[in-house]
Design a protein around this ligand. Structure first.
Ligand code: DGL
Length: 364
């Protein structure tokens, strides 16, 4: 069909193309890597790093047993979406998270994000207090680069473990331009939630994280983020809180409201040094008649009182179920008791003024 001469020319050309392709492979690979965002994974423990007795164990497993390098190695697809480095910051079940852990984590994140070599950070975390860590970081991270907190509801050893896909999605999100400036995000179950509103709504199912009435921010689908809304409250770079020089946070405790409640718990917290009390009242933050003297005495001792609600949704109205002007108390707006505690701790690092603290609760 073709002359021998033509065939040998064609083979020579093909060999030349192949050789140049092979020769430039490292450069192309480097170029491709250079285009990928640099994401640091800070591992703290939790179920995403948990392991069970066998592949059907989805409760009664051990949390915080798998190290960050193994978490990364278990998801080779991470290399497709980011250049990833891992740091094992802690290795704990998140019910044991403390203020000290939060300060260490926030300071490390701020150092990393100040570097032009880091484009985003992912925190792997137990789901029990993921919403609290995320909100603390939402108020203390000094960057608009993406910070994504991720966990899992099934241990890494379980059939259909959700950790690997959640980690892949979180790393992709942390390296995405779409997540810039959105505040700290919580990404599990293909959904993107804002730190301020997200909460754990089920003890064990993989769809547990919801922002209920105020709504999640968007979805992750096909390795891409899709945002449909964003937080209207201040966060990250717009936050007035600076933890860089703090080694501790003021003690703030939560008093849970229920029928027939008494003041013993509140008095004990205050005797132990609490500088603030979150009163997680029934209904619209209601204060039982037998609790009012305790609140009055607490204020006389200089303890800040925030009226929140155990209900979980809706606004706690100022001067609604209690006379806040008279009590000199603050209302939590829509913040859950556990998040109101975080905001009050940070507020107390700046002021004891009830008026200023009420402004803060209407700002963040
Ligand atoms: N002990 C819980 C925690 O570390 C396990 C729950 C989880 O991580 O999903 O938060």
């Amino acid at each position: 069909m073709f002359s021998r001469k033509f065939q040998s020319c064609a083979q020579l050309m093909l060999a030349t193309v192949m050789m140049s392709f092979v020769a430039t492979a490292p450069a192309r690979a480097q170029q491709a890597t250079a285009k990928l965002p640099n994401v640091v994974i800070l591992a703290t423990g939790g179920t995403i790093a948990g392991s069970g007795a066998d592949s059907t164990t989805t409760v009664g497993y051990t949390s915080a047993t798998v190290g960050v390098e193994r978490l990364i190695a278990a998801v080779p697809e991470l290399k497709k979406v980011a250049n990833v480095k891992g740091e094992q910051v802690f290795q704990i079940a998140s019910e044991s998270m403390t203020n000290a852990h939060w300060l260490t984590l926030a300071k490390r994140i701020n150092v990393l994000l100040a570097s032009q070599d880091v484009d985003g950070v992912v925190i792997t975390h137990g789901t029990d207090t993921i919403e609290e860590t995320a909100y603390f970081l939402n108020l203390t991270v000094k960057s608009n680069k993406p910070v994504v907190v991720v966990g899992a509801m099934r241990p890494s050893t379980a059939i259909s473990a959700d950790g690997p896909i959640n980690l892949y999605n979180a790393v992709m999100l942390a390296g995405s331009k779409e997540a810039v400036g959105k505040g700290v995000l919580v990404a599990l179950n293909d959904q993107i939630n804002a730190a301020r509103e997200v909460t754990k709504t089920n003890t064990s199912t993989t769809d547990t994280f919801k922002s209920t009435e105020l709504g999640m921010l968007g979805y992750i689908q096909g390795s891409k983020p899709y945002f449909y809304r964003q937080s209207t409250r201040k966060h990250t770079l717009e936050s007035e809180f600076d933890i860089s020089k703090l080694d501790s946070l003021p003690q703030v405790d939560i008093v849970y409201g229920y029928a027939n409640m008494n003041r013993i718990g509140m008095d004990a917290f205050i005797a132990a040094g609490a500088k603030g009390i979150i009163h997680a009242g029934v209904g619209d933050g209601s204060v039982a008649a037998q609790m009012k003297p305790a609140l009055v005495e607490a204020r006389q001792k200089g303890v800040l009182i925030v009226r929140s609600s155990r209900v979980g949704q809706g606004i706690v109205a100022r001067n609604g179920e209690a006379n806040d002007d008279e009590l000199d108390s603050v209302v939590s707006d829509t913040l859950s008791p556990q998040k109101a505690r975080i905001l009050l701790m940070l507020a107390l690092t700046k002021t004891n003024s009830t008026q200023e603290i009420q402004r803060i609760f209407y700002t963040y």
